[in-house]
Design a protein around this ligand. Sequence first.
Ligand code: GLC
Ligand code: CA
Length: 553
Amino acid sequence: MPSAPVPPPVPWWKGAAIYQLYVRSFADGNGDGIGDLAGVRAHLPYLAALGIDAIWFNPWYPSPMADAGYDISDYRSIDPVFGTLADADALIAEAHAHGIRIIVDVVPNHGSDQHPWFLAALAAGPGSAERSRFWFRPGRGVNGSLPPNNWQSIFGGPAWTRVTEADGSPGEWYLHLFAPEQPDFNWASPDVRLEFEDVLRFWFARGVDGIRIDSAALLCKDASLPDVTGTEPPGPAHPYTDRDDVHLIYQSWRAIADSFAGRMLIGEIWLPDAARLARYVGPGELHTVFNFPYLNCAWDAGALRAVIDQTLALSSGAPATWVLSNHDVDRVVSRYGRADTSFDLERRPYFHAFPVDLPLGTRRARAAALLTMALPGSVYIYQGEELGLWEVQDIPDELRQDPIWARTHGADPGRDGCRVPLPWSGMEPPFGFSPPDAAAAPWLPQPKDWRDLTVSASSGNPDSMLTLYRDALRIRRSSPELGDGPMTWQPTPDGVLAFDRAPLGQGTGGLRCVANLSAAPVALPANAVVLLSSGPLSGGLLPPDTTAWLRMS
Ligand code: GLC
Ligand code: CA
C-alpha cells in the first residue's frame, strides 16, 4: 500500500502569537533609564513563560533617535544605547533556544539625516549621483525659496526642508514624509534597491526569522511630484501611497526571504481599503500585513464582524493577522473606556478629549483579548498590553519626546503615552524597569498607579490581565483548533459574536468563542464546558463586555 502523502509543514508564522518588543521601554539593564538588549536577555524567561512564539523588535539600529530609532544611520549594527551586534547575536541564539523566533524592523522609506549616504549627498551637491538616492529638488518661487510642492509631513509641517550648499548658499530642498531628520530614499535608484536587498540578507543570515517593513506602502512616489489638493494627511489617492511599482520591490524581497527557509515578511500598511491591502499579500509578495482596520474598529459587534469577514474574504489565501495595539496608537484599555471606542491616529486629539472609564475599558480589553486570540491567523501583542497598561495622557509637556508633539506645536500629543517603560516590580517608579542603583530615571515617567499592574503584582493574581494572557496563550498553543485554520459563525442575539474553531474536516467538538458586546447577559450553550472567560459568569450567564472560550461536545 502506498503511504499517505505527508502534509507540508504549516509555516510557523501562520498561527503565531507575536510579541512586539519596544526595546527602549522594555527593561533597562545598565541603569541609564533606557531599555536595552541586556534588559531583554534578562527577561527572556518572562516571555517564554508568557507563551509567545516570536518577538518583533522595533528598530534597534544606530540612530540619532529623532523618531525613536525610525531614523536609521546604519542598517547593519546596533545602537550603542541598546548594546552591540554581539549582544543581538547572543539574544537571537538565546531566544531560539527558548523556541522564540525573531522579527526585526526594517525602515526602507527613509533613513537618518546622519546616514553616510545623506551626508555624502549634501557634500556632493546638486545633480550628483549621491543626491539621486534621495528626493532633492530646486525650490519654487523667487530664488527657489518655496518648497518644490505642497506635500505635508505626516508628523506636521511641510514635507520638504531646504539645505545649505557647500559654498554656504541656500540650496535644494529634500523630501521627508516624516521628520526632517528622516530623508526619503528614492526607490527609483538602483543603489537603494540593492542596498536594502543586502540589508535583508544580512539579517536573515544572522538568524533572524522575519522582517517587519515600516511604512511599506509609501516607498514609491510619482516622480513628477505633483501638488495635491488640500493639506490633509495622505489618503489612499495620494501620489506617494500604494503605487503599483511598490509591488515589484516586494516581489524581489519575497524571493530573498524564500531563499532562506522559513523566513517571513510583514508589511506596515495603513490602508483602509481591504482590497488594496490584499494586493500586498498576493502570490509572490508579502506573507502578511498588519490588520489595522481591526485595530481601528470600535468595540461594536456589527462593525467587528464586518472587519473580520472582510479580512478573511480578501486575504486570498494569505493568513490573517490580528492586532489590538502597537507603539503608534493609544493603548486599548483607554480606547475602549471612551464614549467613542474606535481609533484613528490622524485624529488623536479628538480621542484624547473624551474622559476614560478605566474599569470599563479594562473589562472590554480583556474580552477583546480573548476574541482576538481565538480568530484564525496570527496575533500581535504589544508589550504592556498583557499587563493592562493604559495610555498615559498626562505626561508633562516638557518631558514629551515624540516629534509629532513638537511638529504640530502641541496640537497632537503624539505617541509617548503608549511608550512609557514597563513596570516590573516594586511599589514605586522605576518599578524594576531600571536596576536599583540606576543613574537616571526612566526616559518617560511612569504613573504611580502602575504599582498594581507590575509583573510581580500581576503574577499569581487570578484576576490580572497577565494571568488572562498567560492562560489564553497556553490554551491557544495547546489547542490545534486555534491559530491558523477555519472558523464558522454561530447564530447569536444582536450584539453577540460567536464562532467555532474546529480542525478541517472535524465537524463536532472544537472550540467556541462567544463575545458579548451587548448590554444584557446571554445564555451559554448547554453542551459546553467553559475553558476560560474574561470575567466572572453570573448565574451561568455571560455578562456584557465578556468573552468566553468553550469546549463543545
Ligand atoms: C511607522 C512606525 C512609526 C514611525 C514611522 C516613521 O509608522 O510605526 O513609529 O514613526 O513609521 O518611520
Ligand atoms: Ca539602558
